[in-house]
Design a protein around this ligand. Structure first.
Ligand SMILES: [Zn+2]
Length: 807
């Protein structure tokens, strides 16, 4: 490169080598500099490794563990019974699971009952496009009475599975953990507070079991503390990812009483942005406070036939149980009358525990970090290490890797999914580690390349200050928008600024400048490295850019330490400087090569095969009126197997409003011998004016998982609706069928629906649909070959039959 030598390198300024950072001003002799760099990097690497090792799950305890302890191996025996096969709400298999749960809880001497009711969904579900949603649910509820109860502690998990898999992790893990916790609690002295074990039904369908318990069970009437146990994968640390509002006291107890407390206030913010829901949603009202925990790595098998007991990581189960038991004991003995505090806490895991501080400090700390970085910039300029112009340039240029790394990570994933389109339907690849490492290497390549290109012109001091300035600014933005995440950038920026100030103010010939910048970078490592690692499974590779962003922020925080290794850091001149300049591009080149190699290894290792099948989505829908049948798939870029069934995109909203209003790919199918659900008019009440009240009975003529009823709102306006004696909200839907009801787990004897309508012209048109599962017996269905699997969804393998009725 022929760029002119800068003043920083010719030493024409009053101070020698002003471009050299404080940390190594005295270390211009290469050997001393390299020793210092090596020591700093070893210290940071050891700290980083320690932070990651701290996230490991505990060893599962064997079946002969002490009676008052949680044993994953004991709990696993229940996992095998519960997840022996698919047991969707309303199915005979789920009835057997329920019988097992009742038997286990009664066997412990607990007051056990089944809450059998019809309940609406909790919260607003993203998948409930069909209309107002209701289910018949049967929750298993058991109580361990307290000696002097101040309130109730509820241990909650759902025992139903999705229709596409046995739910070995989701949520046989949580359910079995609660059985084992119940067993452990009944062996010791009775707790002060009531402990209630709530094993809910129909979570997968609509969270209806939890909603029914929270809204109408007598034990829930006075509220209490809810601990919900979930799994959205098969392995990894159990993360406490959601809390009720004003959580400071709860988080404090979590940090104290959970033996392996992994949780961050940032997770709460991420979770709100994701389209997931759990039973915990049903408890998010004034009566209840609580914590929601799940393990989430190994997401490839989520909701698929591969979510079997064998897929479960017993270390994750042990952590789930250890935490649940520790928290149950603590909340079981605490005065529960005042668990709400006036504020949310900021919290995050560090080796050996959980750091927590009041959320009220978030904005003051963010502003303090900005002030500290400003002071560092001022002192950097005053000490002659960077001019105002360079500081401004450093700030502007530091934005480049912050933007480029996430964009590049997204492009990398786009390239990988172009090569392997099956990834589009997976939450995460089966073996994601190679791709995760590729994203980290890519972030490093971008940071190193940026540094090699800018360092000589701008100087390391201005770039380091510029990087910290962006972290501080992001801290303020986060403090305003997503306060739970502000610590991620505020604390490393504050530490970096303080470290820089100390480095500038201490004697430049001693070790203290290096110690100061290394200690500052250590704060960044402890906070940001586990975040990178936890973000990958939380968001999946499709949002790997977020992890790349955090990785680059970590790199910016560590810049002064990275700079110690920089070949130009000694301020060499002449030929040495030229050689150093050439050496400076090496790290970027090495990281870029690593990115390509790691992505290539990922593609080579993570191939689809019988044990790791490519996910496919297929369902069947038949109009019993016309006899027309169709194959349907929501795959946007269908796999070859699916391609044999579907071609063009169709809007099925007019024919199958119960399937939501999604655009699906469709192809012709042979009609099957399947009866439509029967819709009978039980009674028409005397008309009031022109309004009519229709009392209807909707009866599936086969074993159905869902029954739906829709009204053509061009024939009548729906004024009120009741299902099984409960009123449901009348919310308009888009399209021809402007009112709809979705009923999960319909009883064989049918569902009574009462509609108050205002007819618009003649008869009222209604569309009845029901849906079962399993495509095997359908004419024209060819079973999947071994390397083709079923996507984790609520609609694959569904078999729907619909018919229009007029009254
Ligand atoms: Zn689930």
């Amino acid at each position: 490169m022929g760029a002119p030598t800068t003043p920083a390198e010719t030493g024409t300024r009053p101070r020698p080598n002003p471009g050299v950072p404080a940390a190594d001003r005295a270390l211009t002799r290469p050997r001393r500099r390299l020793v210092a760099a090596a020591a700093a990097l070893v210290a940071l690497t050891a700290l980083g490794a320690g932070s990651l090792l701290d996230l490991r799950t505990p060893a599962p305890r064997p079946t002969d563990a002490p009676a008052d302890a949680f044993s994953a191996d004991r709990a696993y025996e229940d996992v095998q019974v519960i997840a022996a096969r698919t047991h969707v709400a309303g199915s005979p298999a789920n009835e057997q699971v329920r019988a097992h749960l009742e038997q286990q809880l009664r066997g412990l001497g607990l007051e056990t009952e089944v809450q059998d009711t019809v309940a609406p969904e909790a919260g607003q579900l993203s998948g409930a496009a069909g209309g107002a949603t209701v289910a018949r649910v049967r929750n298993v509820v058991a109580r361990l009475p307290g000696t002097d109860s101040t309130g109730r502690v509820f241990l909650v998990s759902h025992y139903d599975s999705v229709q596409t898999g046995p739910g070995g992790n989701d949520d046989a893990a949580g359910t079995s953990a609660i059985l084992e916790v119940a067993r452990a609690l009944t062996t010791g002295p009775r707790p002060r507070n009531d402990i209630v074990f709530v094993l809910t039904d129909a979570e997968e369908a609509c969270l209806c079991g939890a909603a029914a318990f929270a809204a109408s069970h007598p034990l829930a009437a006075d509220g209490g503390v809810v601990l919900n146990l979930e799994a959205r994968g098969s392995t990894g640390p159990v993360i406490m990812f959601e809390t009720s509002r004003n959580n400071a006291k709860l988080v404090d107890i979590f940090g104290r009483a959970a033996p392996h407390p992994v949780g961050t206030s940032f997770a709460v913010e991420i979770y709100r942005a994701l389209p997931n829901d759990t039973d915990f949603t049903a408890f998010l009202d004034e009566k209840f406070v609580g914590l929601n925990s799940a393990y989430i790595d190994g997401g490839a098998i989520y909701h698929t036939p591969l979510d079997t007991p064998a897929a479960l990581d017993r270390g994750s189960l042990q952590q789930h149980g250890d935490n649940a038991l520790g928290l149950a004991r603590e909340f079981g003995g605490t005065d529960l009358t005042d668990l709400r505090s006036g504020h949310d806490a900021t919290y995050f895991p560090v080796p050996g525990g959980l750091v927590r501080y009041p959320g009220t400090l978030t904005l003051p700390l963010a502003l303090l970090a900005v002030a500290a970085v400003a002071a560092l910039a001022w002192l950097t300029r005053r000490s002659g290490r960077a001019s105002t112009g360079r500081l401004v340039a450093g700030f502007a240029l530091a934005l480049v890797p912050i933007i480029a790394a996430p964009v590049a990570a997204q492009l990398l994933w786009l390239a990988i999914t172009t090569i392997r389109p099956g990834y589009a339907e997976l939450l995460d690849p089966y073996r994601p580690i190679w791709y995760r490492l590729a994203v980290v290497a890519l972030a490093a390549a971008i940071l190193f390349a940026w540094y090699a290109l800018t360092r000589r012109r701008i100087g390391p001091a201005a770039l380091a200050v510029g990087g910290l300035a962006w972290l501080a600014v992001l801290g303020v933005l986060l403090a305003v928008a997503v306060p739970g995440g502000a610590y991620l950038t505020t604390l490393p920026a504050l530490a970096g600024a303080v470290g820089g100030l100390v480095a500038l103010r201490t004697r430049q010939t001693g070790p203290w400048p290096v110690v100061a910048v290394t200690a500052a970078a250590a704060v960044g490592v402890v906070i940001l490295l586990p975040t990178v690692v936890l973000l990958f499974p939380a968001l999946g590779m499709a949002m790997g850019g977020v992890a790349a962003l955090v990785a680059v922020l970590l790199g910016l925080v560590a810049l002064p330490v990275i700079d110690l290794l920089h070949p130009q850091a000694g301020g060499q001149r002449g030929m040495l400087a030229l050689r150093a300049r050439r050496l400076a591009v090496l790290p970027a080149g090495a990281a870029a090569v690593a990115t390509v190699v790691l992505a290539g290894v990922g593609l080579a290792v993570d191939r689809f095969d019988a044990a790791h099948p490519v996910p496919t989505h297929l369902m069947y829908a038949m109009d019993a009126g016309t006899g027309q049948a169709r194959w349907l798939s929501h795959e946007s870029d269908p796999q070859p197997w699916t391609d044999g069934y579907v071609d063009g995109v169709t809007d099925i909203g007019d024919d199958f409003p119960g399937l939501g209003d999604a655009e699906l790919r469709a192809g012709p199918a042979q009609p099957a011998n399947l009866p439509a659900p029967k819709l009978e008019l039980v009674l028409t009440d005397a008309a009031v004016g022109s309004d009519r009240t229709l009392r209807l009975r909707l009866t599936p003529q086969r074993v159905a998982r869902i029954a739906t009823l829709h009204v053509d709102t061009s024939t009548a306006t729906v004024l009120r609706a009741e299902v099984a004696g409960r009123s449901v909200p009348v919310e308009p839907r888009d399209g021809k069928w402007g009112f709809g009801l979705v009923f999960h787990a319909p009883p064989a004897e049918g569902i009574e629906v009462t509609l108050a309508v205002r007819p618009l012209a003649g008869q009222v048109a209604l569309r009845a649909m029901d849906a079962s599962d399993g495509l095997d017996a359908l004419p024209g269905f060819r079973p999947r070959p071994p390397a083709v699997g079923v996507v984790g969804s609520h609609s694959s393998e569904m078999l729907a039959v619909a018919r229009t009725y007029q009254f």
